[in-house]
Design a protein around this ligand. Sequence first.
Ligand code: GLN
Length: 453
Amino acid sequence: EGFNEAVAQAAELNAFIVTTPDHALAAADAADKARAEGKELGAMAGVPIGMKDLFATHGVQTSAASHILEGFTPQYESTVSQNLWDAGAGMLGKLNLDQFAMGSSNETSHFGNVASPWRKEGSNAAMSPGGSSGGSSSAVAARIAPAATGTDTGGSIRQPAAFTGICGIKPTYGRCSRWGVVAFASSLDQAGPMARSVEDCAIMLGAMAGFDPKDATSLEMDVPDWEAALSSDLRGKRIGIPKEYLLEGTSQDILDSWEQGKAWLKDAGATIVDVSLPHTKYALPAYYIIAPAEASSNLARYDGVRYGLRSLPDGAGLQDMYAETRHDGFGDEVKRRILIGTYVLSAGFYDAYYNQAQKVRALVARDFEQAWEHCDLILAPTTPTASFPLGSLDDDPLTMYLNDVFAVPASLAGLPAMSVPATLNKDGLPLGLQLVGKPFDEQSVLDAGLAIE
Ligand code: GLN
């Protein structure tokens, strides 16, 4: 009965692209059986999770929410999803997302917009669950799934988590294998958990992470038991407040929640220090050069030959087939990224744009390295605003890109970063706070998250 109710609500929110209840039930049965036999249970035994439809799942359509991959059924399993099944989890279904994870509102999916379960007080307008992991945030916030996977290239775990009042962590680049995850911008893409609590994130991240020889950028490091070590005692920790994140025009509710966050961390024993990340304002423009550049290269493989869709006009030759397939298969936002990417990589513009952006990336990373001489963690808002009504930014890609302004620096630097629910604004919408940690120090990020939660 509860299941049917959840299915109906999921349909209303459009959170899932495909549902796989048998997969989840099999995991629950296996957990029951293991328990009855007194066997040791995996960390995720019997837990029914949602899987962002960017992770390849054996025998289950993997579409990246794009028409071009519709009908593509992998004969292999991504390392992260396999790790979760090995820990005992089961899959409720494949979650909707922005097409190829490009977007901040879940409005670029071929399978339709995803709605957040939240509404502005006194309004019935459907709100954005954020993006690109909007199916994940919506399903977890609506209590349809206790947890879900997300991926974060420039904020796609943290921003949707903030918009829907849940927790989400992007670990250090390389913690979670990218093998079998549809590539967007390979030097930035990182998987992570989205769940209702910091503790659940710690458990799930522990199951997802680990060295994988199939991913050349996978970290060859042990996975600590983050959950066992969780502690909200922050005595001795210095929390840095980056002055460059105080953007002109940031709304009062965001500033208030930031103040509240500082107070909570102080109460937990931490000291608050001012730090400077001087290249912050160049991070977003650099991201929107680097990510499309890598995307334009990664998306070259969708040619109508190897995966999913093939558009073949009568009597067409190979070139026409490529062109038609890509014309029909990619959505507008994906095409925009390919155009930007090929432009910034083209001879004559490469030095002016791509190379310059790579230099900025190095400076952003150095800013953090210098900040770590004065603090152990950074506290900032996750987003410059709360969620917005679906459709309200349709003709405004630049404002849409601005959503990621606080998220992107940690992505460029490959640092662990988490969004935790902080307060509700005057409209009754959730606001998130972001914690950014030193490389490999997910523990401090989770601990401070626990103190805020
Ligand atoms: N919103 C950002 C973009 O569209 C981030 C996406 C992501 O992290 N996958 O590029």
